[in-house]
Write a protein that binds this ligand. Structure first.
Ligand code: AMP
Ligand code: GLY
Length: 423
């Protein structure tokens, strides 16, 4: 079969690598893809938001299955447009992708269906938000309603900061239209865990847990980024936590979406916080995490195509999702200066060192193929993933592999997965 993947990051590279393992796949296309994906797939120069062109391409090439990796096209309704053209596509429709596309929607859903999350209020105007803050407990969390590249969340320690935050989101519109509405919510403390799942509208199957490191600098300091590294599984995701989430969060979310007339088919990513009072939902995403996919998918034993097709066909109940009994760590190699400003266009050497090395992966995020070879082309450049018998071994392997590649301005955190040493 012919598969089209929509997106261009490390996540889409990990998806492509999983898809490529399926005996049922003859050819993979990726729109727009990147230099690494180009080694597994034919990259086509169509942007993820060019819906008409994507539909036309899929029809022309007789694509059997499209997998949408990114949030923007999902929230924008690419799945609906492809389905309307008679194409087979994996991902939530627009009316279900709103689970990620609107934080106000997802908070209201959780409240209505008693799914544990932080206490909150939604606001349509800055005046009401400011009045509310006068009586709110600090610290407080402000969230722009819409998609904001993961940056629309402000944690404010004081009333002054919070007032400034309302101005930033709702008046200055720093996150654009995403700030037309906002959520103000209670600040929670605890460990964060990312849990990805496959969903077919009614049945949910949970993947192995993961944890992201979002801050730019060692010791969880510095600015928030798209993610500087991940590990899987999370030792903090215990059987007790898993049982709680199954009982109160996972199926409850799927059933809530179905009850609202918004059946969810695709991947739900549960951003959880393990608080003293039990797990709470921090956020939902309607897609694989990036860089969570880079540590979760390499450990999945199932044929990706079979799982994806079961989600589309509503037969996920028959799938026994299985993961290897090992661990994986992904260390992101970024351009120095990310997430603020950085130079790009530097040649990358050593990529061939990954060839034929079982259990090691070099997932490309911001790279570009040029006549002089592969060069850096973004803030996050590569995601170096390695497996190991346990997290400690996976971490040692991943850090060893980060030395195989070189480029000017190479920057990484040195403590990815370090939480492991604390337990
Ligand atoms: P979100 O995009 O909603 O996951 O928020 C981004 C990050 O902000 C999360 O990964 C948390 O680290 C932090 N965060 C979000 N909501 C809260 C909250 N209610 N309490 C504490 N931290 C939060
Ligand atoms: N790693 C967090 C995300 O994909 O949103």
């Amino acid at each position: 079969m012919k598969v089209l993947i929509v997106g261009s990051g490390g996540r889409e590279h990990a998806i492509a690598a999983s898809v490529a393992k399926s005996a049922r796949v003859d050819k993979i296309y990726c729109a727009p893809g990147n230099a690494g994906i180009g080694q597994l797939a034919e990259c086509v120069p169509i942007g993820a938001m060019e819906f008409d062109k994507l539909v036309a391409f899929a029809k022309e090439q007789e694509i059997d299955l499209t997998i949408v990796g990114m949030d923007d096209p999902l929230v924008g309704g690419l799945v609906d447009e492809m389905e309307a053209a008679g194409l087979r596509v994996f991902g939530p429709r627009k009316n279900a992708a709103i689970l990620e596309g609107s934080k106000a929607f997802s908070k209201d859903l959780m409240k209505k269906y008693h799914i544990p999350t932080a206490a909150y209020e939604n606001f349509d105007d800055a005046g009401a938000a400011l009045a509310y803050l006068e009586h709110a407990k600090m610290p407080v969390v402000l969230k722009a309603d819409g998609l904001a590249l993961g940056k629309g969340v402000l944690i404010c320690q004081t009333l002054e900061e919070a007032k400034e935050g309302v101005k930033t989101i709702m008046e200055d519109k720093k996150f654009g239209e995403a700030g037309n509405r906002m959520v103000i919510e209670e600040f929670m403390t605890g460990r964060e865990v990312s849990v990805l799942s496959f969903v077919d509208g009614k049945t949910i199957r949970i993947m192995s847990s993961a944890q992201d490191h979002k801050r730019a600098l060692d010791g969880d300091k510095g600015l928030n980024t798209g993610g500087m590294g991940t590990f899987s599984p999370s030792p903090f995701y215990t059987e007790e936590v898993d049982a709680f989430c199954h009982k109160y969060i996972y199926q409850a979310t799927v059933d809530a979406m179905a009850a609202e007339g918004r059946p969810f088919k695709g991947v739900i990513f549960f951003g959880l916080m393990l608080t003293q009072d039990g797990p709470r939902v921090l956020e939902y995403n309607a897609r694989f995490g990036d860089p969570e996919a880079q540590v979760v998918l390499p450990r999945m034993k199932n044929d990706m195509i079979e799982v994806v097709e079961a989600c589309i066909d509503g037969t996920l109940e028959q799938v026994d999702l299985q993961f290897e009994d090992n661990a994986a760590v992904c260390v992101v190699l970024a351009s120095e200066g990310y997430p603020v400003s950085y130079e790009k266009g530097f040649p990358i050497s050593g990529l061939e060192q990954f060839d034929g090395k079982e259990g090691y992966y070099c997932f490309h995020a911001g790279t570009k193929q040029t006549q002089q070879g592969i060069v850096t082309n973004g803030g996050r450049v590569l995601g170096i993933t390695a497996k190991g018998a346990d997290l400690k071994e996976a971490r040692a392997n991943a850090y060893r592999a980060t030395e195989w590649v070189a480029f000017a301005n190479k920057y990484m955190r040195n403590d990815i997965g370090k939480a492991i040493d604390e337990i």
